[in-house]
Design a protein around this ligand. Structure first.
Ligand SMILES: Cc1ncc(COP(=O)(O)O)c(CN[C@@H](CS)C(=O)O)c1O
Length: 404
């Protein structure tokens, strides 16, 4: 599929916003959905809707086949070794909470250290604070430099035999920084720590190979990689998942229940209590097909070119400062403009049909680190093009003229 044709695959991009063609630059919050994904979900409800795993009639068997077929697509997409390692959750947030409340409670005791970084999303900070308050563990934070990068030497100096888990973002949603997660994983394993990678922003932009990374857990959300909301994935090494207690109790996660004892189901169902988001799983599978049709390397290359173009043009605007200039970045540009509050900018840009986010992006420590209340963030998807970038630049200049 050619990138010039991709835009046509997204019905919503034909919308006018305030009388102008929509320029959607907030894929970091949630991506738009291609017709292929919308149709897959529609087809499930029209032609395959039944509960999964338990029906002995054809409709339920076909629904189960579609849902479990999506799990196999996720396995292949991440290059996991088994579908037993692919747990469907609501999204990245639930994936991280699941690890904290099962592996964490089972394996951590007072004084143990969980290492995170200064650029983490709140969903990779608060679950560990909850565990700290429950168990007395210690949170260790790796600082970031003025470019929004982690220094491997700083990181290594904070590792010790007390470090039991390293939980870090693969690509920052607030800065765009792509962390050297493979090297970080190797160093963590040397001190005996497990590694969880938050892949929410990375998966939409690049190929992820969990066996090559050798991470112990990997989390992402379907809605950021052209799939529906309400479904995400926790990848975990089989042996780790096998040893972990269930996250929630209920139907489907059991083999047998008596009032005295319950025998839990096998992986991954042990972690999937209750009726799952069947349509969401099927939609995620269709989103993976969509991305693979384009080619993950092609997506990365195309978006990197657009990122470079946007960065160069933004840097020419007087009074504009980009927050996060890591040498290795993905399709996220955060910036501030001297004398203008981000919310005012984004509100005016909306009048021009430009959708950008003005927020702390659920990364308040990053805002504190750079001493800004918020940033304006433009985040890219496969449907963005140079025309979008030109409209963004023009709208920013117009808003500055009005506000300054
Ligand atoms: C790095 C990272 N980690 C976790 C999450 C949470 O994903 P959920 O699907 O909401 O569970 C997000 C979602 N960031 C959105 C909402 S704040 C953004 O606008 O940047 C993320 O970017």
């Amino acid at each position: 599929m050619k990138f010039s044709d991709i835009r046509d695959a997204f019905p919503i991009l034909k919308l006018q916003e305030n009388g102008q063609p929509l320029v959607y630059l907030d894929s970091g919050a949630t991506s738009q959905k291609p017709l292929k994904v919308i149709e897959a979900i529609d087809h499930y409800y029209r032609a395959e809707n039944a509960n999964v795993h338990r029906g002995v009639y054809g409709l339920s068997e076909r629904a189960t086949e579609s849902y479990e077929g999506a799990r196999e697509k996720v396995r292949h997409f991440l290059n996991a070794s088994s579908t037993k390692e692919i747990v469907f959750v609501r999204g990245t947030t639930e994936a991280i909470n699941l690890v904290a409340q099962t592996w964490g409670r089972e394996n951590l005791t007072a004084g143990d250290e969980v290492l995170i970084t200064e650029m983490e999303h709140h969903s990779n900070i608060v679950p560990w604070q909850l565990l700290r308050d429950q168990l007395g563990i210690k949170l260790v934070v790796v600082p970031i430099n003025d470019q929004g990068e982690i220094s491997l030497s700083d990181y290594e100096s904070l590792l010790s035999e007390k470090t039991k888990l390293v939980s870090v973002v693969h690509m920052s949603n607030a800065l765009g920084s792509i962390n050297p997660v493979k090297e970080m994983t190797t160093l963590a394993h040397k001190v005996g720590a497990k590694v969880l990678l938050d892949g929410a922003q990375a998966v939409p932009h690049m190929a992820v190979d969990v066996q090559s990374l050798d991470c112990d857990f990997y989390a992402f959300s379907a809605h950021k990689m052209y799939g529906p909301t309400g479904i995400g994935v926790l990848y975990g090494k089989e042996a780790l998942l096998e040893a972990m207690p269930p996250y929630q109790g209920g139907g489907d996660m059991i083999y047998s229940v008596t009032f005295d004892k319950t025998e839990y189901n096998e992986l991954p169902y042990k972690f999937e209590a209750g009726t799952p988001h069947i349509a969401g799983g099927i939609g995620l599978g269709a989103a993976i097909d969509f991305m693979l049709d384009i080619g993950l390397e092609n997506i990365a290359q195309y978006e990197n070119q657009l990122l470079t173009e946007a960065t160069e043009k933004l840097q020419q605007i007087e009074g504009l400062k980009i927050i996060g200039q890591a040498a290795n970045k993905g399709g996220v540009i955060s910036f501030v403009i001297e004398g203008v509050h981000p919310h005012d900018m984004a509100t005016l840009m909306d009048q021009d049909g430009i959708a950008v986010r003005a927020s702390h992006h659920c990364a308040m420590p990053v805002m504190q680190r750079f001493n800004v209340p918020a940033t304006i963030r433009a985040s890219l998807g496969v449907y963005n093009n140079s025309e979008d970038i030109d409209r963004l630049i023009a709208s920013i200049k117009e808003a500055i003229d009005m506000l300054v």
